[in-house]
Design a protein around this ligand. Structure first.
Ligand SMILES: [Zn+2]
Length: 320
């Protein structure tokens, strides 16, 4: 019997797949607006290891990973470079796949793209509106967080703590908040702004929010409940909390039976030897393809797999 640590239950539990001998797994993929950094790479290498281990143990694994190819960051980059959002997304999707191959990460069995699944997302949003878990406001659609009593169980927050988390997230100020009934609510669909990519919907032209993408794709390709939902620890809140709320409200089913999250990557400062968070402002931001120009992929994987996947990992060139 395999035991694994489930983020929601905060303990190691016996792993019992929905279908004996099979494992259905969904791991959130990249937002394709730049090359991935080694912190992202750690998440993908960790789940590649977990997937390979389960296959080695004899399970027939189905692994789904999305590509977020419509998003504010992609639109911003396209505007800066006078290109279309589709051109930016296409370039960085191709480079992401190249980077993953270079790092020895197996392709997912299914790699759906958000822009090719708009209809699936619209259908899911319609279900949420019909069931009273979502509402339309000036061409946007919002999820009614207080309509889902389980909100906060995954990340271990109560609703009022969650509220302050959302407040922080709104620092970029998209001018959306006054359209919400409650500060906690989050967008399922965003009305089109001039010059942005947009699709027809029952609520007017617009584009999907990020969270709804994973709910729609995991249900479509794996069915509910599926076995393992994975991602970096930074996705637990709000992204995974929101995915779970959407899916459980739309489907009368558990969403994922097990939640696995990989630890964050830290950088060892070459001069002081102290560890610090990887960030652009500290100028210690390392892209995966740059690291792989210096070290062999097997050495990088070896370093990453020497730390337990849930523990923080300290990266320094002298360690590879
Ligand atoms: Zn996701």
């Amino acid at each position: 019997m395999i035991k694994l640590y489930d983020t929601r239950r905060r303990q190691k539990v016996d792993f019992e797949p929905v279908e004996p001998g099979k494992v259905s797994m969904y791991v959130c993929g990249p937002t394709v607006y730049n090359r991935i950094h080694i912190g992202n790479a750690r998440t993908f290498i960790s789940f590649d290891m977990i997937r390979r281990y389960l296959a080695w143990r004899g399970f027939d694994v189905t692994f789904v990973q999305n590509v977020t190819d419509v998003d504010d960051k992609i639109i911003r980059r396209a505007a800066e470079e006078a290109r279309t959002a589709a051109e930016v997304a296409e370039e960085y999707t191709r480079l992401f796949i190249e980077d993953m191959h270079a790092a020895g990460v197996q392709d997912p069995d299914i790699r759906p793209k958000a822009t090719e699944e708009i209809g699936t997302m619209i259908a899911l949003i319609e279900r949420l509106i019909e069931r009273g878990h979502a509402y339309v406001s000036e061409g946007d659609v919002y999820f009614d967080v207080r309509s889902y009593p389980g909100y906060g169980q995954l990340s271990g927050r109560d609703v009022d703590e969650a509220e302050s988390g959302h407040r922080e997230l709104r620092a970029d100020g998209q001018g959306l908040e006054e359209r919400k009934r409650d500060e906690l609510d989050f967008a399922l669909w965003k009305a089109a702004k001039p010059g942005e990519p947009a699709w027809e919907s029952p609520w007017g032209e617009g584009r999907p929010g990020w969270h709804i993408e994973c709910s729609a794709m995991s249900e479509k390709y794996l069915g509910l409940p599926f076995d393992i939902h994975g991602g970096g620890a930074d996705l637990v809140f709000p992204h995974h909390e929101n995915e779970r709320a959407q899916s459980e409200c739309a489907c009368d089913s558990t969403f994922a039976n097990y939640w696995m999250h990989s630890g964050m990557l830290q950088i060892a400062n070459a001069e002081t030897g102290e560890t610090e968070k990887m960030s652009k402002s500290l100028n210690n931001f390392l892209l995966l393809h740059e690291v792989l120009e210096q070290v062999r992929p097997a050495a990088l994987r070896m370093l990453m797999l020497q730390s337990h996947y849930r523990s923080p990992l300290v990266f320094g060139e002298q360690r590879v």
